[in-house]
Structure formats: structure tokens, C-alpha cells
Design a binder for this molecule. Structure first.
Ligand SMILES: O=C(O)C1=C[C@@H](OP(=O)(O)O)[C@@H](O)[C@H](O)C1
Ligand SMILES: C=C(OP(=O)(O)O)C(=O)O
Length: 452
């Protein structure tokens, strides 16, 4: 929901090694899609392991506003009685997607080809993010959108009453844009085609197929060509959400930099379109292993084991890997500060339009903690100081961005002096149990009393 409570100042510092098991919550991307596809199927979809973070709860509330029956049962299973493709009703209030780019962009797609209007808003972060990347392709279906200058929320969409199928090449590597188009294509006759020059996370394609849609994905000269046959009857599903590799990144990276640590993070989804961070960490020399590799619910899954890795070295991250680790660059930049030599990250201009400008936010906090950072429009370089060589002692702004807050709290576990963030509140959007999970491993992370 929009608006934000009182800031929650937090602090972290060096202490005991991290040990034990970290049971991170369900995957955020798959959780949003479970609710939205469940709402578009006819009958009851049941979901276990749903991420109960604020981003996903806001999507659940939105699905109710469009007419689906969404309930949480006592054992934590979620039940969604969907209204069918094209069955969304017109909401009688503004749809508030809070802090969630995924929520608002996928929901815009899902309603864009129904003859209804809906007005969307979000918090100050979401209201500053670009929506034209979604409303431009949706206009090709016949959808109309009016928002603030620069294509910002609040924004009203009027769905196409007589939609036509669309063929669209993504100008930015974005699974949110791809997914919005595919969800809109569900209620258009004929074939909707999305071409992605650089592959992005493919959960929408996998899940659409699971719900019974005909969707194909083929490599072509221009990139991946994804074709969806419109107007399927989606069949309700039973979904077990794998645990989120983007959340697992925080205890894993903390274990790599906190002296003496040895942490197991079980049951992590390792879809190749999401696993780029883990390949990069191994290239840096991290003591990181995948145990018990298996497949669950159509997604590769493994238990991650991370141990303190005092001799990591900086690397050049291949730009073509960026989409598969786009949310992990903030915490990678923290690990890079404790490696020796530079870590070079190129082809990452998307980082500038997330919940915050993540290059700017991380560079500011890293510099304040004594780490040299160079940056350009779509690249940045972190000059590692080696294990034990990072001063810390900085107070940084989390800028309504959960990943910025968590990254600096992880950093403080290995800096010479404590790290502070002005507001840990946004962490609840994606990782509501971050603080108890990290302290359960032994991390010295906590809340600070506001000064009187
Ligand atoms: O589709 C998704 O679930 C997501 C796609 C990514 O955004 P972009 O599509 O903007 O790259 C990612 O940053 C976000 O956290 C989740
Ligand atoms: C970018 C993110 O989320 P969203 O775009 O859904 O707000 C994220 O979780 O890092």
C-alpha cells in the first residue's frame, strides 16, 4: 500500500560467525504470477509457500478488486477462485500497488484487454518509475492510458473493448514488460508475439503453459521469440512456490564476508534466468556449493551452502548475464568491496529505474564507508579493499528500496565500524522475516532507537 509508516532505523556490526540454516521466503516473481494467473483461471488455484511480503499482499488485494476471491487459510495455503480470461470486473476504487513494479506492470497487462477502466497508484518510489515501457506496447492492443507527465503513476488505463493481437520487440530487457504483453495477449484473438533480444526471467511463460495456455519460446536471429495463442481457458493449478534466489542472496553473501561463517540455505529456485549472481560469486572464488540439486514444480532447485571466503577477487561480470541477476547487483557490490581488485559491472542501466537508482544509492553508501566506486550511465566499478579492509561507519539512506537497506546491513557484518540505514521498513516488501532470519544465524543486526 502507498504511504509508509515511521522510519525504522537499523544497525549492523561485526560479531559472531553466521551458522545454521536460513529458510528464506517464497519467490516474489512466482508469487505475483500465482495470484494473477489464478485470478484469470476458472476454478480454484491453491498456492503454498507464497511470499507474504507487502508487494505480493498488494497484488492479492488488487486481484480481489478485479473480482477474484482470494483467501488465506489457517495453514498458510492461499486459495484463489478466478474469474476466467477476460472476466475481470471494474474495480470501484484506486488500485494501490505500493512499492511493487512487478505488481503494477503485470496487473496493467492482465486488465488491458478487458472492457473496464482502472486507476493505479503506489508509493513515492513506484510513482517515480517509468510506466510508458508497459503502456506503449499495451496501446497496440487498443488500450488507452493517461498518467502523469513522463508516464508516471497515478495512471488510468481503459482496456481495449475489441483487442487485436500484438507483435512486439522489447526495447529494454524486462520480464515485467514481456509479462504484461503476454497477459494482455490472453484476451486477444490470434497470436501475440514478444521478441526479447536478451533473455529475461521466464516464469510467466512456464506458468502460462502450466495453466494450459499454448505458449512457445524459440531462439531466433533477433533473440527469443515467445508466441502465445490468445483466448485459452486457463485451468486452475496447485502451485508450490520455490524459495527466492534473490532473497537467498542476502544470507549467502553475509556468510561469504562474515569471518568463520558456514550457512545452509535450502530449497532455492535456481532457474537459469535467475541464477547469475551465484555464477559470479563462484568466479570471484566464493566457497559456495549447490547441494541436493533437483527439479520441483518444473523449476530447478538446490540447497546452497556458503562459507566464509577470505580470498575472493574482483571480476568483470559479463553484460549478457545482467538480466539473470538484475536485483542482485546491490549485494554483489557489497561482496566486491571485500574482494581484492576491481569488480566491473556493465550493461546495467536498468538499475537506475528500480525502487531507487541503485547505482547511485550503492555508490553513495559504499563511498561513505571508504570504498572507491566509479560509475557511468550503464556501468559501475567497485574497487575492492580485501577482507578486513573496509572501514564502514557510515549512515546510509535506503531510499524506499528494500535491496539497498538489506545490502548495507549485510555489509556492516564485516566492516571495521558499524553500518546504519535510516529505514529498514521497505525490507518487508520482499523479505518480511529478514531481521529474525539473520539474527537467528547469529548476525548482529538490529533496530536502533530513534534519538530523543
Ligand atoms: O518479472 C518480475 O517478476 C521481475 C522482473 C525484474 O524487473 P524488470 O522486468 O523491470 O527487469 C525484477 O527486477 C523484479 O524484481 C521482478
Ligand atoms: C526491482 C524489484 O522489484 P519491483 O520491480 O517489483 O518493484 C526488486 O525486487 O528488486
Amino acid at each position: 500500500m502507498s504511504g509508509h509508516g515511521e522510519p525504522i532505523p537499523m544497525i549492523s556490526q561485526r560479531g559472531a560467525p553466521l551458522t545454521g540454516e536460513a529458510h528464506v521466503p517464497g519467490d516474489k516473481s512466482i508469487s505475483h504470477r500465482s495470484l494473477i494467473l489464478g485470478a484469470l483461471a476458472v476454478g480454484e488455484t491453491r498456492v503454498t509457500g507464497l511470499l507474504e511480503g507487502q508487494d505480493v499482499l498488494d497484488t492479492a488485494a488488487a486481484m480481489r478488486a478485479f473480482g477474484a476471491d482470494v483467501t488465506r487459510e489457517g495453514d498458510g495455503t492461499w486459495s484463489i477462485h478466478g474469474v476466467g480470461t477476460g472476466g475481470f470486473g471494474e474495480p470501484d476504487k484506486v488500485i494501490d500497488c505500493g512499492n511493487s513494479g512487478t505488481g503494477v506492470r503485470l496487473i496493467m497487462g492482465a486488465m488491458a484487454t478487458s472492457p473496464i477502466a482502472a486507476t493505479f497508484t503506489g508509493d513515492a518510489s513506484l510513482c517515480s518509475r517509468p510506466m510508458g515501457r508497459v503502456t506503449d506496447p499495451l496501446s497496440l492492443f487498443g488500450t488507452r492510458a493517461v498518467g502523469r507527465t513522463g508516464g508516471r503513476l497515478p495512471m488510468t488505463l481503459v482496456g481495449a473493448a475489441d483487442p487485436v493481437p500484438v507483435r512486439y520487440t522489447l526495447p529494454v530487457p524486462s520480464a515485467q514488460v514481456k509479462s504484461a504483453i503476454l497477459l494482455a495477449g490472453l484476451n486477444a484473438p490470434g497470436e501475440t508475439v514478444v521478441i526479447e533480444p536478451e533473455p529475461t526471467r521466464d516464469h510467466t511463460e512456464r506458468m502460462l503453459a502450466g495453466f494450459g495456455a499454448t505458449v512457445t519460446s524459440e531462439a531466433g536471429p533477433e533473440g527469443r521469440v515467445i508466441t502465445l495463442k490468445g483466448q485459452p481457458e486457463l485451468r486452475p493449478q496447485t502451485i508450490v512456490v520455490p524459495r527466492d534466489p534473490s532473497s537467498a542472496a542476502f544470507p549467502v553473501c553475509a556468510a561469504l564476508i562474515a569471518e568463520g561463517s558456514d550457512v545452509l540455505v535450502p530449497n532455492i529456485g535456481l532457474n537459469p534466468t535467475r541464477a547469475g549472481l551465484y555464477a559470479t560469486l563462484r568466479e570471484m572464488g566464493a566457497d559456495l556449493t549447490f547441494e541436493n540439486e533437483r527439479e520441483e514444480g518444473g523449476e530447478p532447485v538446490a540447497d546452497l551452502r556458503a562459507r566464509f571466503s577470505p580470498a575472493m577477487t574482483g571480476v568483470e561480470v559479463p553484460p549478457e548475464r545482467a538480466a539473470s541477476m538484475i536485483d542482485e547487483y546491490p549485494v554483489l557490490s557489497v561482496v566486491a568491496a571485500f574482494a581484492t581488485g576491481p569488480t566491473v559491472m556493465r550493461g546495467v542501466k536498468e538499475l537506475r529505474v528500480k525502487e531507487s537508482d541503485r547505482i547511485d544509492a550503492m555508490a553513495a553508501g559504499l563511498r561513505a564507508a571508504g570504498v572507491e566506486v566509479e560509475e557511468g550511465p550503464d556501468w559501475w566499478i567497485v574497487h575492492g579493499r580485501g577482507m578486513g579492509g573496509v572501514r564502514g561507519g557510515a549512515a546510509v539512506a535506503s531510499r524506499l528500496d528494500h535491496r539497498i537497506a538489506m545490502s548495507f546491513l549485510v555489509m556492516g557484518l564485516a566492516t571495521q565500524r558499524p553500518m546504519r540505514v535510516d529505514d529498514g521498513g521497505p525490507i518487508a516488501t520482499s523479505f518480511p522475516v529478514f531481521e529474525p532470519l539473520m539474527t537467528g544465524l547469529g548476525a548482529a543486526i538490529g533496530r536502533e532507537m530513534a534519538e530523543a
